[in-house]
Design a protein around this ligand. Structure first.
Ligand code: PEP
Ligand code: MG
Length: 893
């Protein structure tokens, strides 16, 4: 039979699943001999049973009886005894901290008789006893019986008005006695019965109310946001009451063993004299700095400091603490490993190494890629309380402000004049690239984290908020919630939180990025944060099994990624090289009627491509560079069908027909597809348009030979996109090998040929495909799209909110790898690929390559590298190190 109740002396800190965080740590402190009031914990399992069955599990009541009896013996008092009552608090405490989301009831055990006993215990302090009683009725009424809290507030307010005072503390014992009568009336009116006088009934009802509060709306919402599983349940802690409101020699406070915002060592916290814990949390009165306690009660202060260092030495980490002093006696009410800012996480981890408390491996477990990401982006300084316009999806982190523009051309023109702009579009397409480059940030009203705007912005490290669907975009203005923002007005966008503000919000740059860039202000070189980042990154690199490459398609991006620690390029998308002033050549290629015309266009593109690749190979000299042959459907390089059709029709009506436009329209119509993502793209293009891939292969090989001639060490890898059948790859490979052999000659240059695995069929036939591929790179964006049948550009904005709400998944599968489905395809392809070709190189270049959770998955699967946008390279490096350490840890176990 399950055991549902544990005395504090029976538990320990490793029992969080069963006892919740608070219960496990109260038990740990009890076992350390620290002054914890007596008590016991009812398990999360008892809560789960209650929620499933609607009543207490068999045996629970008897266990509570036994533990209560033991507590009464220890404390020398009986619950609610009229002469000398034991009072208890009933507190929630789940495995994961959910601050303020669930319920607590204090002073359980008070009734019309024991209130006098409490007064006697408090040395004849009637005021204190009646104040405690009215607090019980109020909390119990609200929490257990759903009595509207405002009614109690109103009764309290009337009592103060009646007496002509402003503060609760000005009400005396008689006023509070009368208030208890008023509260009881409120209680009876709403519940149809009197406030329960039986202490044991109070206790049982309070326990049930805490169980039920697991499913309170705010708790459900919080769990969803924090991705806490919905079925864990809360434990309930029943703790002997100690009082911080018994006079000036009593009080209550919170403390941190180090500063949770900077990590600095010292005494941090707040103290409130003559008060109960809820007063500190409610912020009703101004608190004192903890250091002031030394002057008020040196003995308790010294004892508290001693306990703080005991706790740090025991937990080897920053702890936060809640304590109460009852008439000069210190009691510990809670401790836990404290939450901290991202900066403090790094500095504290490094400090604890210096102090010999933890080693470097352990320190790496104390920080995360998500925290590093926070440190890398410039942040808004929100002290000025800016006007918030709306909130979209934080798609590419950072903080940017500028004048609103609505077209790429306007963005380019404004930037040329030195103005900062935010490009606002419904959605972006490859045509907007120049505007995206020119803008400080991008705001769209449609699309999610894998929309064009999001992917491109992340690649450039540019701030982007997507899918802000509350905004209505017009020609030269947008409106949101009744507010109209005109072209030229300044807005600020936060790519981390997705918030959009009106006006310019001041921005602070990141010193961590300066460090990675190698241009750190010398004055900051010894900053504890920068030193900590350096230490932990170095250790992560040493520990990692996965290499980290970058997705980059320009020389400057490649150079930056290299400074950020990239060990090569895992994906160079070549399609961006076909835009701008080269668009005209691409149009010529598409409209070509004869082989000669087509060869002419390809011939003009080839030296340009060669120069592009040489630039990138130079920046990545000595490191592998995977160049992907052109992937998107060619119509993306042509004008839109609707626009062109209108243009041609208007011209016709005016008698100004243009043969070129009409040919173009015919081509666009010919190429129009219902599902372009599943249409003529990737390897299919290469097989259908003669000479296209050949031109790119030749340009790659020639660029490599040119770098070798300069004395460099090129390591090109040619990657074929969207392969689903080995025959596709074999056809491309045969032609490519001929060209490479011809160009490379005896230069010593070696060119690998491999494929993306992004079509489910490719994953399932990986054994065959590996025969023709020297490497695989998982394109998890398309693989997710095709495995789920989710259009990657549409679904996040369209309906993912509902899927998240229903818990179909906890996070978008485009953001973090779906281990069970898409992940299974990756595992199958890895195993079959390696079986067919031992030594096959395996990487991932979809967006998941820079997602911390996914990096751990790719480490588990045993890939060779992940590839991600330059700004996520340090994050992936850190997570690759963490993944290696945590899997080594689990191997030992
Ligand atoms: C992918 O599909 O994961 C990929 C990297 O290719 P793209 O995003 O360019 O389609
Ligand atoms: Mg793809």
């Amino acid at each position: 039979m399950s055991k549902f109740v544990y005395d504090f002396a029976e538990g320990n800190r490793d029992m969080k699943d069963l006892l919740g965080g608070k219960g496990a740590n109260l038990a740990e402190m009890t076992n350390l001999g620290l002054p914890v009031p007596g008590g016991f914990t009812i398990t999360t399992e008892a809560c789960q049973r209650y929620l499933a069955e609607g009543h207490h599990a068999d045996g629970l009541a008897a266990e509570i009886d036994a533990h209560l009896a033991a507590l009464e013996t220890t404390m020398g008092r009986t619950l609610g005894d009229p002469a000398d009552p034991l009072l208890v608090s009933v507190r929630s405490g789940a495995k994961f901290s959910m601050p303020g989301m669930m319920e607590t009831v204090l002073n359980v055990g008070l009734n019309d008789e024991s209130v006098d006993g409490l007064s006697r215990q408090a040395g004849g302090n009637d005021r204190f006893a009646w104040d405690s009683y009215r607090r019980l009725i109020q909390m119990f009424g609200k929490t257990v019986c759903d009595v509207p809290g405002e009614e109690f507030e109103e009764a309290l307010h009337s009592a103060k008005v009646g007496k002509g005072v402003k503060d609760d503390v000005q009400l005396d014992a008689d006023d509070l006695r009368a208030l208890v009568t008023a509260y009881k009336k409120v209680f009876a009116k709403h519940t149809g019965h009197d406030f329960p006088q039986d202490p044991r009934e109070q206790l049982d009802l309070a326990i049930e109310a805490v169980f039920r509060s697991w499913n309170a709306d705010r708790a459900v919402l919080y769990r969803r946001q924090e991705r806490i599983p919905a079925d864990l349940g809360t434990a309930v802690n029943v703790v002997a009451m100690v009082f911080g409101n018994l006079g000036p020699d009593s009080g209550t406070g919170v403390a941190f063993t180090r500063d949770p915002s900077t990590g600095e060592t010292g005494v941090y916290g707040d103290y409130l004299q003559n008060a109960q814990g809820e007063d500190v949390v409610a912020g009703i009165r101004n608190t004192l700095a903890l250091a002031d306690l030394e002057k008020i009660d040196k003995k308790s202060y010294d004892e508290l400091l001693g306990i703080m260092s005991t706790l740090e030495a025991h937990y080897h980490d920053l702890c936060d603490i809640e304590f109460t002093i009852e008439r000069g006696k210190l009691w510990m009410l809670q401790t836990r490993v404290g939450k901290r800012t991202a900066a403090a996480a790094f500095t504290i981890a490094a400090q604890l190494i210096d102090e010999g408390m933890i080693d470097l491996d352990e320190a790496l477990t104390r920080v995360s890629g998500a925290q590093l990401a926070q440190l890398m982006f410039p942040r808004f300084d929100l002290a000025g309380d800016p006007v918030s316009l709306t909130r979209g999806v934080g798609a590419s982190p950072g903080a940017a402000y500028g004048e609103v523009v609505f077209s790429a051309a306007d963005a380019v023109a404004a930037a040329a004049e030195g103005r900062q702009v935010i490009l606002v579009r419904r959605e972006t397409n490859p045509d907007d690239l120049s505007g995206m480059i020119a803008a400080q940030g991008i705001l769209t009203s449609r699309g999610g984290k894998t929309s064009h705007a999001a992917v491109v912005a992340r690649g450039m490290g540019k701030t982007c908020v997507c899918g802000a669907d509350a905004i209505e975009i017009g020609r030269d203005q947008f409106s949101v919630g009744g507010q109209v923002v005109h072209e030229g007005d300044v807005i600020s966008i936060d790519g981390t939180t997705g918030r959009v503000y009106l006006g310019e919000v001041p921005v602070r740059p990141s010193e961590v990025v300066q460090y990675f860039e190698g241009d750190l202000d010398p004055a900051l070189a010894n900053e504890p944060l920068v030193a900590a980042v350096h230490l932990l990154m170095t250790h992560a690199d040493g520990a990692a099994a996965l290499k980290v490459r970058t997705n980059a398609d320009t020389g400057p991006d490649a150079a930056r990624a290299r400074r950020f620690g990239a060990q090569g390029i895992g994906l160079c998308r070549t399609e961006h090289m076909f835009l701008g002033d080269r668009r005209e050549l691409v149009e010529r290629l598409i409209l070509a009627r004869t082989e000669a015309e087509r060869n002419d266009a390809l011939g003009a593109l080839q030296p340009l491509q060669r120069a592009d690749f040489l630039d990138i190979f130079r920046e990545m000299n000595g490191l592998p560079v995977t160049v992907r042959l052109i992937d998107p459907p060619l119509h993306e390089f042509l004008p839109s069908l609707e626009d062109l059709a209108v243009q041609v029709a208007v011209a016709k009506a005016r008698g100004e027909q243009s043969e070129r436009d009409e040919r173009m329209l015919a081509a666009v119509r010919r190429m129009h597809e219902s599902n372009p993502m599943l249409g003529l793209r990737g390897v299919r293009l290469g097989l259908v348009i003669p000479g296209l891939f050949a031109m790119q292969v030749r340009a790659i090989a020639e660029a490599a030979v040119a770098l070798a001639a300069e004395g460099g060490r090129p390591r090109p890898e040619i990657m074929v996109p969207l392969v689903g059948a080995v025959q596709e790859l074999e056809t491309v490979r045969a032609e490519a090998e001929k060209i490479i052999a011809e160009v490379v000659g005896d230069s010593g240059v070696k060119v690998l040929i491999g494929t993306m695995i992004e079509v489910p069929r490719a994953a399932l036939t990986a054994g065959q495909i590996a025969e023709a591929a020297e490497f695989f790179s998982f394109g998890t964006n398309d693989l997710t799209q095709m495995a789920w049948g989710f259009s990657r550009d549409d679904v996040e904005g369209a309906f993912f909110w509902r899927y998240l709400e229903l818990g179909i998944f906890g996070i978008s599968p485009f953001e973090s790898i779906d281990r069970d489905g898409v992940g299974r395809l990756v595992r199958i392809a890895t195993a079959e690929g390696r079986k067919a070709r031992p030594g096959l190189k395996l990487g991932v270049c979809g967006e998941h390559g820079g997602d911390p959770e996914s990096v751990h998955f790719f480490h588990e699967v045993g890939l060779d590298y992940v590839s991600c946008s330059p700004f996520r390279v340090p994050i992936a490096r850190l997570e690759a190190g963490r993944a290696a350490i945590s899997s080594a840890g689990s191997d030992h176990r």
